[in-house]
Write a protein that binds this ligand. Structure first.
Ligand code: B1M
Length: 215
């Protein structure tokens, strides 16, 4: 069933993808299982693009289908848990030069569902905008996403901008996105690397504990 769903997305068949999403929900699959199979489909679509089998227009269509599916899944995820008091405040954004937001949005949704208050700065966010948001919202955690090898170094620029303003030690920083690795995160001076949306929740909870023990 989930393989069929992944393949419908890979084939850019919107009707079939959405029908299978609804069917998977009816059959009791968890939203996150459904999302993971679609994320695998997006990876394959990326490979086809790289090989020249798919074009940029196909990437656009795939992301539209993904977002439509998320419109069905997100309310179900949000319903799973009712938040009483936020456990921490997170600012999140895709770094400058990069407009990929599906992964960032997923991370934001999973954090929200798990009790974090989220401020989403959107995509193509310059370092100064991160700095201003830290001043304005006083977050516990700053999250950055990058999907392009050409934009990943812009994460370092954000950290440098925060250092320059004396704000770096006030927040924990988590980075993620397809080209990012644990080693890269360490090298640029981030506190954590999130491989996917689910583990990022646990990591952010751990970062909150570290912040609390510092106080
Ligand atoms: Co683009 N694109 N794209 N694209 N695109 C990639 C990233 C690419 C790998 C495809 C490929 O060639 N194989 C390639 C990058 C190559 C590289 O840099 N080495 C690429 C390219 C080249 C480009 C353009 C340059 C193409 C062009 O114009 N010639 C262009 C760049 C535009 C720009 O940003 N300036 C471009 C454009 C686009 C679209 C706009 C058409 C569209 C994005 C639409 C959108 O996001 N609204 C698009 C898409 C859809 C993709 C692929 C196919 C899918 C990305 C995706 O949504 N994945 C992608 C292929 C790939 O990634 N392998 C590709 C699903 C999503 C759930 O996964 O985003 O990885 P992901 O997020 C995961 C984790 O990474 C992690 O958790 C998420 C959920 O589990 N994570 C975090 C992400 N952020 C995190 C933050 C965290 C923690 C975890 O903490 C804060």
């Amino acid at each position: 069933m989930l393989n069929e769903l992944r393949d419908a997305l890979i084939n850019l068949d919107i009707d079939k993808t959405l029908e299978l999403v609804k069917k998977a929900i009816d059959q009791g699959f968890k939203p996150i299982e459904i999302i993971n199979s679609m994320a695998e489909g997006m990876r394959v679509i990326g490979e086809r693009f790289e090989k020249g089998e798919y074009f940029i227009s196909d990437l656009i269509v795939s992301s539209e289908i993904f977002k439509e599916a998320m419109n069905i899944l997100e309310p179900l995820i949000m319903k799973e848990k009712e938040i009483v008091k936020p456990i921490g405040r997170v600012i999140i954004g895709t770094v400058e030069g990069d407009i990929h937001d599906i992964g960032k949005n997923l991370v934001a949704t999973m954090l929200k569902v798990n009790g974090f208050e989220l401020i989403d700065l959107g995509v193509d966010v310059p370092p100064q905008k991160f700095v201003e948001a830290v001043k304005q919202y006083n977050p516990d955690i700053v999250g950055m996403s990058a999907l392009l090898t050409s934009t990943m170094m812009n994460m370092r620029k954000v950290i440098e901008a925060l250092e320059k303003e004396g704000l770096r030690d006030k927040v924990k920083i988590i980075v993620g996105g397809a080209p990012i690795t644990e080693e890269f995160a360490k090298r640029i001076g981030a506190d954590a690397y999130g491989e996917n949306a689910v583990v990022s929740v646990d990591i952010c909870k751990k970062l909150m504990e570290e912040l609390r023990s510092k106080k």
